[in-house]
Design a protein. Structure first.
Length: 393
């Protein structure tokens, strides 16, 4: 029994010594702007698994880091500052460079934008939560909400008509003529785990939510009736749209893009299949497709290729442009949203420039529910991480 007690005491002593060593090893860093003003609420994040650390600065720009963070690589980041990747973390002062513009937090919103205009915002969440908001530069006010059938995989608005695909319950169609109270129009109980779709007149094209899978073409009526006209497969599809009577499919490198002529929906005709092995995905932008490459440069620059799809059977390269971020969406010819190239966090950047030359990050958001990502925009307003932000000089 004495030997057992001695062993326990010995182990306890080792534990206490290790704890003391860890406390003694803690160290302080300071994060400031170029004029040496402290940056409050900046994050210092690094490590992996048991060695993970994630500490935020106080009003003085100070943060106390655990001893095991010393000498580790880390990312220091804060909203409206360019992140700093540190190779060997040490007890010193770190300076973050401010972005050229700032994103001002307006208020919380839930979901992604169905409709976005100068003072009104309609959103929906994956769980089918519908919200109508009014907003101005001073805040956000919710006017109404509704629970729609879940789960919302992908949605599109055609005039006042909202369409969305679900996990395994087909499509729901709602009228938003009165945005205070969305009214059901019909339910198309098309089978499968759906996500990407496109609608034109009385034709709907659908694909599985994760592929490869069949491309299926249906005719439908707004009383909920539908009929399968054709199926073609297999395709991995992230997004699809119609340009005239041509169906544009965008997926991985084997479908950038794939284009079908649906003038006769019962007999889809493949007219183009883009095999772009150097690219990973594409962003549909009007009658253009932005090809996203597999790799950027070591200098922090990503080069994108622009395809002109205005003549769908014969896509033409319309030029290249660069950006200091991995783009998620094109807002217009001069505005984009993405993730800053040298950011090892989940921060989201707003970029300005030209689709015919280059884009540069002008503001960064590093707070909020950023796993929700970018939720839509009406420049200078942006939904990022379930918050509404305004871009300001």
């Amino acid at each position: 029994m004495k030997l057992f007690s001695k062993n326990i005491s010995y182990l306890l002593l080792i534990f206490l010594l290790m704890s003391c060593d860890d406390r003694e090893g803690s160290f302080e860093v300071k994060v400031v702007s170029p004029d040496e003003s402290p940056i409050e609420s900046a994050w210092i994040r690094g490590g992996f698994d048991w060695d993970y650390f994630d500490v935020q600065t106080d009003q003085e720009g100070l943060a106390i880091l655990p001893g095991h963070a010393r000498g580790e690589s880390a990312t220091i980041f804060s909203t409206n500052f360019f992140p700093e990747n540190v190779e060997y973390l040490a007890p010193t002062v770190y300076t973050l460079e401010p972005t050229s513009k700032k994103l001002k937090l307006i208020g919380e919103v839930e979901g992604s934008a169905i409709r976005f205009c100068f003072d009104t915002l309609i959103t929906i969440t994956y769980q089918g939560n519908y919200h109508l908001y009014k907003f101005n530069d001073n805040g956000v006010t919710e006017l109404s909400s509704a629970q729609l059938p879940l789960c919302v995989k992908q949605f599109k608005l055609f005039g006042d008509t909202l369409w969305y695909s679900t996990h395994d319950d087909g499509f729901y169609v709602y009228s938003l003529e009165n945005p205070l109270s969305p009214q059901p129009i019909c339910h198309l109980s098309i089978t499968g785990y759906l996500k990407p779709f496109a609608v034109k007149d009385s034709i709907i094209a659908v694909c599985e939510s994760s592929g490869p899978g069949l491309l299926r073409i249906f005719s439908f009526t707004y009383d909920g009736q539908y009929q399968e006209l054709a199926s073609v497969g297999n395709f991995y599809v992230r997004e699809m749209t119609f340009i005239s009577h041509y169906l544009i499919l965008v997926g991985g490198e084997e479908s950038l893009p794939t284009i079908f002529d649906l003038q006769d929906p019962g007999h889809p005709q493949l007219v183009y299949n883009g095999l772009e092995w150097a690219y990973q995905s594409g962003i549909i932008f009007g009658t253009n497709l932005v090809l996203v490459p597999d790799y950027g440069s070591a200098m922090g620059y990503v080069t994108y290729t622009l395809l002109d799809l205005s003549n769908p059977p014969n896509p033409q390269e319309a030029g290249v442009f660069g950006a200091d971020a991995w783009l998620d969406d094109m807002i217009n010819e001069n505005t984009a949203v993405g993730r800053y190239y040298f950011d090892n966090t989940e921060s989201i950047a707003v970029l300005k420039g030209s689709i015919y030359s280059s884009f540069s990050t002008v503001a960064i958001v590093s707070e909020g529910q950023l796993w929700e990502g970018f939720g839509g925009s009406y420049p200078p307003y942006y939904i990022i991480g379930y918050n509404l932000w305004k871009l300001e000089d």
